[in-house]
Design a protein around this ligand. Structure first.
Ligand code: 0GY
Length: 300
């Protein structure tokens, strides 16, 4: 145990460690496939966790992430800043620099961020900023602050990634739709899969995507949304609906190393094997795994 800030860097006792030996998937991703939602955590001795964090993860550094990428048959990563690192993007930027052209990133910043800092992050591969609206993870960014940050990053051609729970969409939707950038929604806005795809809650999300072409969705994290567990069949109708309806605005990611899971840690190989069930044709798989993420993250 090391102490590098005001809290000891111990893992939360009830937080599961990522799968030590994931299986090789049966599904072979198309060449150039992108894992568009994953994280790097620490190592804490080099990149301490944020004092304001709501959980302490286990260290999950860049070497392990790149090993997993190769093992699963993927070519590239989009590394997303998680709340446990707060607005300190050093671990993210370090991983991006190490990956070269094989990774892009999504950072978390405050409104005091300078143009020079944004330019440096852009040079490292950052192409978006993330705002978290889960009460258990972060304090909400006030709307006016979020808007000022979105205006700043729009000048760099970046987009905004948002993570919220389905019941909060009604309140947040006008703000998100009024921002000047593309909006990428994490994990389909976390629908309650007990309600069914025809429930007004999920239909609101589908209608929003239909009405506003700048809204994209990650069809990730069946392991977080499922109530029945592996192979996460109860989440499939939701993901497939989004993939088939909005095939040019969807992304897929592992969410490795799966922060905050307390009862079930997925085998990443099994998560990859969900893909052909939610994107049943080669054309949909190509859009989801290659064309869409390349257009969004590697256009320049
Ligand atoms: C995810 C999900 C979670 C955590 C975070 O930033 C984060 O800490 O996003 C979660 O706990 O649901 O996408 O990593």
């Amino acid at each position: 145990m090391t102490a590098t800030d005001d809290k000891p860097q111990v893992m939360d006792a009830n937080w599961l460690v990522f799968h030590p030996n994931p299986s090789r998937p049966v599904f072979t991703p198309p060449p150039g496939a992108v894992d568009a939602h994953c994280h790097v955590f620490g190592p804490a001795a080099e990149f301490p966790y944020a004092p304001e964090r709501k959980y302490t993860p286990c260290d999950a550094g860049k070497a392990k992430l790149f090993e997993l990428r190769d093992h699963l048959g993927f070519s590239r990563n989009v590394i997303v800043q998680a709340t446990c690192h707060g607005k300190d993007n050093r671990a993210l930027v370090d991983a991006l620099r190490a990956a070269g052209d094989l990774a892009r990133g999504v950072a978390t910043v405050g409104e005091d961020i300078s143009e020079a800092d944004l330019a440096q992050m852009h040079d490292a591969g950052v192409r978006g900023v993330r705002f978290n609206f889960l009460r258990r993870l972060a304090d909400f960014t006030p709307h006016d602050v979020l808007r000022r940050i979105a205006d700043k990053v729009a000048a760099f051609g970046w987009h905004v990634v948002v993570y919220f729970e389905a019941p909060d969409l009604e309140e947040l939707q006008p703000l998100f739709s009024s921002l000047p950038t593309k909006i990428i929604v994490d994990h389909m806005g976390r629908p309650d899969v007990a309600l069914g795809v025809d429930h007004p809650q999920f239909q609101r999300f589908v209608r929003w995507m239909a009405d506003d072409e700048k809204i994209w969705s990650k069809v990730s994290c069946p392991e977080r949304l499922s109530q029945t567990g592996p192979p996460y069949a109860d989440v499939e109708p939701y993901s497939r609906k989004i993939v088939e309806t909005f095939s040019d605005r969807v992304l897929w990611g592992t969410d490795w190393p799966h922060p905050n899971l307390k009862t079930h840690m997925p085998d990443d190989g099994h998560l990859v094997d969900v893909i052909p069930r939610i994107a049943p044709t080669a054309a949909l798989q190509m859009a989801l795994l290659v064309d869409n993420p390349m257009r969004l993250y590697w256009a320049d």
